[in-house]
Design a protein around this ligand. Structure first.
Ligand SMILES: [Fe+2]
Ligand SMILES: [Fe+2]
Length: 350
């Protein structure tokens, strides 16, 4: 069992009615233009002028999930509510790296670097050396960032679902309990899909990007599925390293906004779906705030997957789903209150 040192688990108290555990896209959602992307203006027209069909065809056409329009349904309940993050906790999130300790870690890290190279190529991203942030070939526009986010999130939602599915099947097949891993993995996949849906409310990719997403999913899903059958431990380490990259990506995007390099997002409000999901407080509902929330989620995934990779895959209980005998002692939790204090971030080990 790993000795991950944390404070007491963050427990969200009763939520105000406005933040009831449902995710709802309000009709007042205002899409914001991002140059060159196919924007949500048609969606706004659909919402404003005629009934929104809940048919799959219409939802697929609109590219985002809309509130259902069945006469007796107000909205849809979600399976998981998001823990509440404070602003200070989110600002405390740091770029961090867990060094490799054996050949299996190297395999995971090499695979992430390969994927990162593919993702950079697909999304037109080139990381600037220090001091060259304003050189044109390195400049990221709002369009380039949102393209990268959408591509990244469409891939990031796969591992949790694959891991959860395979562990579920293993439990059925071997007539053995799972020790609490499945739910955390499925929740991670759900969280990543919420990232994707949020960004799809900012801009919608064109045909080329959709084809890229389609191809990437076909390759990545099958590759990860087979890999998880062979070595779940390497797969969790791989996701841990992948999430390190995600934290880097969002940290750079946040600093681009802060330093005025993405003026379109300077005062742009976050989509309503994000306000509802993260329970974003009044006064902290801009695109920059949104990226702080997403980055914090990625940092949590980084911690969870590096932790799971350290455990005995067959017998150890999931420390994030455990109820501890002494709740006063620090334990892993769903929150991010301890991200700065976790050993691995300072010393690279959990
Ligand atoms: Fe994500
Ligand atoms: Fe993630």
């Amino acid at each position: 069992m790993n000795p991950l040192a944390t404070r007491a688990p963050l427990r969200a108290g009763p939520l105000p009615r406005a933040y009831a555990p449902t995710v709802m896209v309000r009709r007042s959602l205002k899409p914001t233009a991002v140059s060159g992307m196919r924007m949500s203006s048609s969606d706004s027209k659909v919402r404003g002028n005629r009934s929104i069909s809940s048919s799959q065809k219409n939802q697929a056409t609109n590219g985002i999930f809309l509130a259902p329009q069945a006469p007796h349904i107000r909205d849809l309940e979600t399976a998981w509510t998001h823990p509440v993050y404070t602003y200070d906790q989110m600002r405390d999130v740091r770029v961090a790296h867990r060094s490799t300790k054996n050949w299996a870690d190297w395999v995971a890290l090499a695979a992430v670097r390969l994927l990162r190279w593919g993702m950079d190529t697909a999304t037109g991203y080139r990381h600037p050396p220090k001091g060259q942030e304003n050189v044109s070939k390195f400049v990221m526009t709002d369009k380039k960032w949102i393209t990268r986010f959408i591509f990244l999130e469409s891939v990031a939602g796969v591992p949790g679902m694959v891991g959860g599915t395979l562990r579920h099947l293993r439990s059925l097949r071997l007539l053995r309990r799972d020790n609490g891993w499945i739910e955390t993995l499925l929740e991670e996949a759900y969280n990543e899909r919420m990232h994707l849906l949020t960004f799809l409310n900012v801009a919608r990719p064109g045909l080329f990007m959709r084809l890229m997403v389609l191809g990437a999913q076909g390759v990545f899903y099958n590759g990860f599925f087979l890999s998880y059958l062979i070595s779940p431990r390497i797969c969790h380490r791989f996701v841990g390293y992948l999430e390190e990259e995600a934290v880097i990506t969002y940290t750079r995007a946040i600093s681009d906004i802060e330093e005025g390099r993405v003026p379109e997002w300077a005062n742009m409000p976050a989509p309503e779906i994000a306000v509802q999901y993260w329970k974003m407080p009044e006064g902290n509902r801009t695109m920059k705030d949104l990226l702080l929330y997403v980055r914090a989620d990625e940092a949590k995934h980084r911690e969870v997957n590096h932790t799971l990779a350290n455990l005995n895959q067959e017998n150890d209980p999931n420390p994030y789903a455990a109820r501890y005998k002494d709740p006063k002692q620090p334990h892993p939790s769903k929150g991010i209150e301890h991200l700065r204090e976790t050993g691995w971030e300072r010393e690279e080990v959990i």
